[in-house]
Design a protein around this ligand. Structure first.
Ligand SMILES: [Zn+2]
Length: 287
């Protein structure tokens, strides 16, 4: 039957004794070809959970695994002409990041859906992703995993029991109300810089702002990197007008202001907050 399925191209050989169905995507094929499972950031990203900026394939192999077909797995990846999008999570070509499976985490891998032969279980992948990223991206991945239902709040408790002491302080910084990973990163950076940051700040007549900084500056973090339709742009203009109308001039930033121009962006936020406070105090004094 296997021979027949192969000749009909229903099954394709991936590795000795292992076959892929035609629908298997590139990440799945590369991970199995390499002798492992899709893991860490790659497992998160295919579930639409925030997985930072590292677009390599992350694979987990058994402890002591050998005969890793790393060169084969390095050659292929997302074609350059296929733009990355919310639904195109396929990793870029290049050497995959290989994780070695821990032996003693059975309680992170329980559950009926957790035994796929090509994918690491959600909580194991999330733990790998926390260890594999910077602190701010790790917090963003946990926020996102909670928001999307990838893991439950109880499971996050379990996750922290399996994280090293040096990362326990991250728990206090988690807030699943964040709309996006980028929003989490801005919130974490601003709080660590000493600002008081409220999330999901409501303003009459418009949708809530992602963040309110020091009680005076509403800030929206625009994560729509790939598409922005006319209706959304029109709504964004309305929102700016609404905030000025309420006496709270707002800012709106894009991913590149966070990941490429943060010092400049932070300087603008600092100055705007400072001047907004002066204005607020002046008005209070005038009354
Ligand atoms: Zn990783």
């Amino acid at each position: 039957m296997i021979d027949r399925a192969r000749s009909d191209r229903i099954l394709q050989p991936i590795r000795r004794g292992i076959y892929a169905i035609a629908e298997a995507d590139l990440d799945q094929r590369r991970a199995v070809r390499l002798g492992g499972k899709v893991a860490c950031l790659s497992a998160l990203r295919r579930n639409r959970v925030w997985a930072g900026l590292d677009t390599r394939l992350h694979v987990c192999v058994r402890r002591g695994a050998h005969d890793l077909h790393t060169a084969d797995a390095s050659r292929v990846g997302r074609p350059a002409e296929t733009p990355r999008s919310d639904t195109n999570f396929v990793a870029d070509p290049g050497v995959p990041r290989v994780h070695w499976q821990r032996s003693a985490t059975p309680d992170l891998s329980t559950g009926p859906s957790n035994h796929r032969d090509w994918l690491m279980p959600p909580l194991v992948s999330l733990r790998q992703a926390v260890l594999c990223q910077s602190e701010e991206h790790a917090i963003a991945s946990i926020d996102s995993a909670l928001r999307t239902g990838f893991v439950t709040a109880d499971q996050v408790g379990l996750l922290f029991r399996h994280l090293p002491r040096r990362l326990q302080h991250l728990r206090a910084e988690i807030d699943p109300a964040a709309d996006s990973g980028n929003e989490t990163i801005v919130r974490v950076r601003l709080r660590r810089a000493g600002f008081v940051v409220e999330t999901q700040f409501p303003l009459p007549g418009t949708s809530p702002f992602d963040l309110l900084i020091d009680g005076v500056l509403p800030l929206d973090v625009d994560s729509r990197q790939w598409h922005s339709d006319d209706a959304q742009i029109s709504w964004d203009f309305d929102k700016v007008l609404a905030s000025f109308g309420a006496g709270l001039p707002s800012l709106r930033i894009l991913p590149r202001h966070i990941h490429q121009l943060w010092p400049e962006t932070l300087a603008v936020i600092r100055r705007t907050v400072s001047e907004a406070k002066e204005l607020r105090d002046f008005r209070r004094g005038a009354n």
